[in-house]
Design a protein around this ligand. Structure first.
Ligand SMILES: [Zn+2]
Length: 431
């Protein structure tokens, strides 16, 4: 079925467009973008005044938990959560059980995604076998099977030598190495950001330098090898400084920040409620100076991508003491309202920058299709209602897991519709 999106504000920085246009979708691809386009038999979707039509949003950091931890999430429920959050594509981390370190698992994930027929799913393969940090996985075979990047996320790439080899190999394949940067000896058994609040609450701390030390290592190794390193879920101001320095001297380094790291600080751990395990993630919520640095990097272009680090955990697993609960929160369905409310409406970014952070740059960093509404491109489109007020309801999330610290938050900005390959796969229903 063909579709005509009528009268939306189209924001498509890749094509230099920001204005009222119609978008005609024929056979799953963008056929034309222009003014007063005839429907030519296509179904007409009248876009409400003030709503914004963007290239499909892409989240390059999600945990879909399948295979192995289907009680937290499956590829199908994760894809449903993605499209409800306005994401037409996601890239999923390999720390499943078993770890995605060979082609059979990549193919299994792709099969599950094809069956779900919702968001596009791009698997990320493990850097090392079992993500154990010892032996390099078969990156070439994994790329051929469909992996778009490599990481040992959940853990850092263990040694500088392994990182060097991975960057060399992945560099030849033209794909990035994504690193969860954390010096294990400095992280120790820490559970919260090292600082006033962790001390006051009696929680073991993780300093920001635990992250930035490894960012500095990886920037140096990317410089040495010419490979591309992408810094996952950056949280510390010292890391941003290292990324900026690398970029300034031409190193192929990119980075992402998760919504919780530019929204919340470790002060939230004081409650109420105190010790909320939905505020436990890795890297941890940091102090105000770090959050402000992330906001500055997002605004000035040093930060390439906003990615959610969607990390579903079952309620029973999170219902432990703070020390023992697993790290991570879900993020796919809260990202757009948070970015609208805290960045756009707060005047920190423009619509053009919004689309760069959530669509253009994710596509560029992982060499994915998408990121534009160019004629002939797959018709992946997100429609956003920037002024619609939403109250986040953990219970109503499409994700199988409900571990969000944003439950009950009132935010201005909602996903109105998500279109993948010309099919409307999600539509907001007014509550
Ligand atoms: Zn991670």
């Amino acid at each position: 079925m063909n579709l005509l999106l009528k009268n939306g504000r189209v924001v498509d920085p890749a094509n230099g467009r920001d204005g009222e246009f119609d978008v005609l979708i024929v056979d799953g691809a963008i056929a034309r973008v222009g003014r007063d386009l005839p429907a030519e038999g296509a179904e007409v979707l009248e876009i409400t005044r003030g709503w914004v039509v963007t290239p499909g949003l892409i989240d390059i950091h999600v945990h879909l938990r399948e295979p192995g931890q289907e009680h937290k999430e499956t590829v199908a429920t994760g894809a449903a959560s993605a499209v409800a959050g306005g994401f037409t594509a996601v890239a999923c981390m390999p720390n499943t059980d078993p770890v995605n370190d060979h082609a059979g698992i990549t193919q299994f994930i792709l099969k599950k995604a094809a069956e779900a027929k919702l968001a596009r799913v791009y698997p990320i393969g493990a850097v090392s076998l079992g993500s154990k940090g010892e032996q390099l996985a078969e990156l070439g075979e994994q790329k051929a099977a469909g992996c778009v990047a490599f990481t040992d996320d959940g853990r850092p790439v263990a040694t500088a030598l392994l990182m060097r080899r991975a960057l060399e190999y992945a560099g030849m394949l033209g794909v990035p190495i994504v690193n969860h940067c954390e010096d294990p000896s400095l992280k120790g058994d820490g559970v919260a950001h090292e600082g006033y609040h962790a001390s006051a609450l009696g929680l073991r701390g993780i300093p920001g330098v635990a992250e930035s030390l490894m960012v500095e290592r990886d920037v140096s190794l990317a410089e040495l090898t010419g490979g591309h390193v992408h810094i996952a879920h950056m949280s510390a101001r010292q890391s941003l400084r290292a990324v900026r320095a690398g970029k300034a001297r031409g190193v192929n380094v990119t980075c992402e920040v998760a919504p919780h790291h530019f929204t919340l600080t470790d002060a939230a751990l004081e409650g109420p409620p105190k010790y909320d395990t939905n505020l436990k993630m890795n890297p941890p919520l940091r102090e105000a100076a770090d959050r402000d640095a992330m906001l500055e990097g997002i605004a000035d272009g040093s930060v390439d991508v906003i990615a959610t680090d969607h990390a579903p955990h079952h309620a029973d697993e999170k219902m432990l003491e703070f020390d023992r609960a697993p790290f991570g929160i879900v993020g796919l369905e809260t990202a757009v309202p948070i970015v609208c409310d805290r960045l756009l409406h707060a005047g920190k970014i423009s619509w053009g920058r919004f689309v760069e952070l959530l669509s253009v740059n994710p596509a560029r960093v992982f060499h994915l299709p998408g990121g534009s509404l160019s004629e002939g491109a797959p018709a992946d489109v997100t429609v956003i209602a920037p002024d619609t007020r939403v109250t986040v309801s953990a219970a109503a999330l499409k994700s199988k897991s409900k571990n969000t610290p944003f439950d009950g938050w009132e935010l201005r900005g909602a996903v109105a519709a998500t279109i993948v390959g010309g099919q409307v796969v999600y539509r907001h229903t007014a509550s």
